[in-house]
Design a protein around this ligand. Structure first.
Ligand SMILES: *Cc1c(COP(=O)(O)O)cnc(C)c1O
Length: 485
């Protein structure tokens, strides 16, 4: 076999200790079935504290809202409710979940597409609403009037920021109101002043580019200044989410893999993917075309550090560090991290069901899980699973490349379309653990096709020398060790 191209996951202390606890993990899957999701609720509180430290460093007030959509878990949400962070909800169900977990309405922000029921409950409870567009603002105001609800605090979500120098321009989004239409929107806000109170503006850009975000943030300062000239008194700038996570431990492994993938697409080395899948790349007469659709899996400035870098960056027009600009104006900073708040907060386990070889000589490892259960590639994450051996089972030593196939009766049901290198060939009964799946990879795309079981979720915490666990829905901050802020 050619040299194994490992892409090993980045594991902080809790996840790596958990992965070493093979008999504990096996007993969980024996009892609860495969696939199984495991979440570490204390991790979300630690991540929130890292963001808080950045607020303190820049002397900024405001609030952090966990973007609930990244994970459905009750344990993560309830654990977060035990501290002082807030939560960003994007559906009626998420709002009910947050209220039931103990978040007071002042710590909840309603974002995303909204139906009248969602808007009604948000308004009734006194949750802040991040208004997507003018039509939503009108609907909200008429609900408030028709049902005699209290005045709702709102943020205006803006998009399509443009710099005067045209060097940077934020990409189009189907969410938010274009910033060039702000004036008209503010006229509506003033007209509906009895129903809504403007507390600030918001953006959420689906990009890793700091330059785009710096432009957006500085533009928002300008919009708030305009509001003040009109006599409105908003004080909040909400910079959305998208602070990212780093999934791969070793930058060198990642670089080597992506280079080899390009060579494989060009036919200069044996295939690295199922049926030559190119992850957005293809070869045209020996030249590499297209753009890699891979999430930049090894990143240095992610999560709270990304926020720190953004706040330290000079604004593209005014040239003052953005954090200083906010501080001088006494504006509050809101942020809505999803993926980065649940970084290192969970893993997904699958039982190995059988191992075979194709005519072409490829190893196929079939798992008790399908592509919907770890939707790693929807967001382009491709790290290697960790082999958690069953006690007493001994496979052939030595690295092996294998394709991981799922439990659906569907040609395309591969857990990943790339060949995965493992330290040895797995045996039926072993577990494969996909690390760091709590952000979008664990339950976002799970479905019930073929009545295959949907993963149950358990919460675990370290108590002394051992792990303790409970079903996710039974977790409260008093259930397991830890849980205090
Ligand atoms: C998805 C989303 C987020 C969270 O994004 P991450 O990349 O997970 O940090 C925050 N705000 C809004 C409005 C979103 O749609």
């Amino acid at each position: 076999m050619s040299t194994p191209l490992y892409i090993e996951p980045r594991l902080e202390a809790s996840l790596s200790t958990l992965l070493e606890s093979a008999s504990f993990l096996h007993s969980l899957v024996d009892a609860l079935g495969s696939p199984l999701n495991v979440v570490l609720p204390d991790g979300i509180a630690e991540n929130a504290e890292r963001f808080r430290a950045v607020y303190r460093k820049h002397h900024l007030g405001g609030q952090l809202f966990f973007a609930h959509k990244a994970n459905r878990s009750s344990a993560l949400v309830r654990r977060l409710a035990a501290g002082d962070a807030g939560i960003d909800v994007a559906s009626l169900g998420e709002l009910q979940h947050a209220l039931g977990a103990g978040f007071s309405p002042g710590r909840i922000l309603a974002t995303g597409p909204k139906d009248p029921e969602f808007l009604w409950l948000a308004a009734r409870a006194g949750v802040t609403v991040s208004v997507d567009a003018r039509a939503e603002l009108e609907t909200l105001a008429s609900l408030v009037r028709a049902h005699a609800l209290p005045r709702v605090r709102i943020l205006l979500r803006l998009s399509e920021f443009e710099s005067t120098g045209v060097r940077v321009r934020s990409r189009r989004s189907r969410f938010g109101s274009p910033v060039r239409e702000t004036d008209a929107l503010l006229d509506v806000v003033e007209r509906l002043g009895e129903a809504v109170e403007l507390i600030g503006v918001a953006y959420h850009l689906d990009t890793t580019s700091l330059a785009e975000k710096a432009l957006a943030l500085e533009s928002c300062v300008g919009v708030l200044d305009e509001c003040r000239l009109r006599g409105l008194e908003p004080r909040v700038i909400d910079v959305g989410g998208g602070f990212g996570a780093s999934y791969v431990a070793d930058a060198g492994q990642w670089e080597r893999y992506t280079n080899e993938l390009a060579s494989a697409v060009l036919g200069a080395r044996p295939a690295l993917t199922w049926r030559g899948h190119g992850y957005g790349l293809w070869s045209e007469g020996g030249t590499l075309r297209g753009a890699s659709a891979l999430y930049p899996a090894h990143r240095t400035a992610v999560g709270a550090r990304y926020l720190d870098e953004l706040l330290s960056l000079p604004g593209p027009t005014l040239g003052r560090p953005l954090g200083t600009l906010l501080l001088e104006h006494l504006y509050d900073l809101y942020a809505e991290p999803g993926r980065s708040l649940v970084d290192q907060c969970g893993l997904s386990l699958a039982r190995v069901l059988d191992v075979r070889r194709t005519d072409g000589g490829d190893h196929l490892v079939r798992l008790g899980m399908n592509a919907g259960d770890v939707s790693l590639e929807e967001h382009g994450i491709l790290v290697d699973p960790v082999l958690v051996p069953r006690a007493g089972v001994r496979g052939d030593a030595g690295p092996v490349g294998a394709y991981l196939v799922g439990n659906l009766c569907l040609e395309g049901d591969l857990i990943t379309r790339r060949m995965v290198y493992l330290p040895r060939l797995p045996c039926p009964g072993d577990l494969l653990a996909f690390a760091n799946t709590a952000g979008y990879c664990m339950d976002f795309h799970a479905h019930q096709a073929q009545r295959q079981p949907v993963a149950r979720t358990v919460a675990v915490a370290r108590g002394g020398d051992s792990w303790q666990w409970c079903l996710d829905e039974r977790y409260w901050p008093v259930t397991l060790p830890g849980g205090r802020t």
